[in-house]
Write a protein that binds this ligand. Structure first.
Ligand SMILES: NC(=O)c1ccc[n+]([C@@H]2O[C@H](COP(=O)([O-])OP(=O)(O)OC[C@H]3O[C@@H](n4cnc5c(N)ncnc54)[C@H](O)[C@@H]3O)[C@@H](O)[C@H]2O)c1
Length: 399
């Protein structure tokens, strides 16, 4: 195992980029020692105040505004790409050519064509490449997957998940990269991508999607003159407006290879719900549920209770759950868990892959191929919606 230090850069210092910066800072504090040390080298963001602030607060040596300086720096080994989806392909291809290991945020790209090219580039990349599906690293989600895979819940008949956010609910929230692109790249691409990966993590492969419907509730948004990030409201007095191109709300149904049916919905205009992800998985011997707003617990209702004393019981995330045991500085039930830890666990797994650690390693990261597969499924959902909800077979997607 290498003990040389590896140098990390993060491209994008917005909401998720800051969390990547934090994850690389925390990566050596969880699980087993023996991984290479990490040197926190560069934060790159086109908006200089964000780059400088994130570098300063998270202890990175340098802040730059041009991501090409990361690609050109021979001292950088690992790069997180955490910018708008339309930039992912160009940055990833350039970094791969420069010999960097690349952890790219989800969805893998803005279009299927770009995602396919990235998956193809991965085959001959010669470096580690990964897509940031962080929710598969959530201790509660991973525990739901174990309850399904172990057979504890019996034959699974129904999976339901919703991801409702309100970052676009205010019509004065300005135009931004999230509102550009084809139908299916809006709420579905942004938060629905997490639902699709989480569904397959828990219940295995999807084989068809159907009954999809989408709507764009707020059809135009004011254009900001300065820098904007998600959620920033704008004084609209003198603003010009641009059309919103993609979906604010998307719903669909699905079938899994195991015979279960799935019901899904996602929204970015769900008033008053900033980040509401809920998952229920129901089988012949019980059901289990998880709610991100109560991240440190799951609910189980199964056939183990004495007759007449059944009902949902709350199980606190504890060291018996996947990831949590050595993944918290205070790994005791009741201490709680947040969405932030998922990024640290993901960074740790990525570092293990770069260092070639396989013995007792965390599950490897989702690949670019996995990211392309998710986008093929999302594309099938968008085609179902465009064709009045028709069923679309996705069983032959093997990426
Ligand atoms: N895994 C997760 O849970 C999760 C959560 C949120 C976002 N994301 C993903 O992360 C990515 C970024 O999302 P976000 O919410 O952080 O977006 P954001 O808009 O908050 O931040 C994007 C940042 O990129 C910067 N930027 C724009 N153009 C740039 C360029 N050419 N070079 C360098 N920096 C540039 C902007 O200044 C901004 O600070 C997206 O792909 C998104 O889907 C993932």
């Amino acid at each position: 195992m290498s003990t040389e230090s590896l140098s990390v850069a993060v491209i994008g210092a917005g909401m998720a980029g800051t969390t990547h910066a934090n994850a690389w800072r925390q990566v050596g504090t969880v699980y087993d020692l023996g991984l290479p040390k990490v040197r926190l080298a560069v934060i790159a963001d086109a908006y200089e105040p964000f780059a400088a602030d994130t570098a300063e607060r998270y202890g990175y040596e340098k802040a730059v505004t041009d991501w090409r300086r990361v690609a050109d720096d021979p001292g950088i080994d690992i790069v997180s790409i955490v910018v708008g989806n339309a930039l992912h392909r160009e940055i990833a291809e350039t970094l791969i050519k420069a010999g960097k290991h690349v952890l790219c945020e989800k969805p893998l790209a803005d279009t299927l064509e770009n995602a396919k090219a990235m998956a193809e580039a991965e085959r001959t990349a010669g470096v580690v490449t990964a897509t940031g599906f962080t929710f598969r690293r959530n201790a509660a989600v991973a525990q739901l997957a174990e309850l399904v895979h172990s057979g504890h819940l019996g034959e699974i008949n129904h999976f339901d998940a919703r991801y409702w956010c309100d970052y676009g609910a205010d019509p004065s929230t300005p135009m931004a990269w999230r509102y550009k692109g084809p139908m299916g790249s809006g709420a579905l691409g942004d938060v629905g991508s997490h639902l699709i990966d989480t569904a397959e993590t828990i219940c295995g492969p999807l084989v068809s999607v159907s009954g999809a419907a989408m709507t764009t509730a707020i059809e135009e948004r004011p254009v900001a003159k300065g820098h904007v990030t998600r959620g920033t409201a704008l004084d609209t007095a003198d603003a010009s407006y641009e059309p919103v191109e993609n979906d604010d709300v998307a719903t669909f149904t699905a079938r899994f290879a195991n015979g279960a049916v799935g019901t899904f919905s996602c929204s970015r205009v769900a008033w008053g719900l900033p980040n509401s992800l809920m998952v229920d998985v129901l089988g012949s011997r019980g059901r289990a549920s998880w709610d991100l707003s109560r991240c440190g617990e799951i609910k189980i209702d199964d056939t183990d209770s004495p007759a007449g004393l059944g009902g949902a019981r709350r199980v606190l995330v504890n060291p018996g759950f996947p990831y949590y045991g050595r993944g918290s500085s205070m790994a005791v039930a009741g201490v709680g868990l947040t969405q932030i830890e998922q990024f640290t666990y993901q960074a740790h797994a990525f570092l293990q892959q770069v260092a070639g650690v396989t013995d007792g390693a965390l599950p490897p990261c989702a690949t670019f191929a996995d990211g392309y597969r998710e986008m093929l499924i999302a594309d099938a959902v968008a085609r179902s919606a465009a064709n009045g909800g028709t069923a679309i077979d996705v069983s032959s997607i093997t990426e």
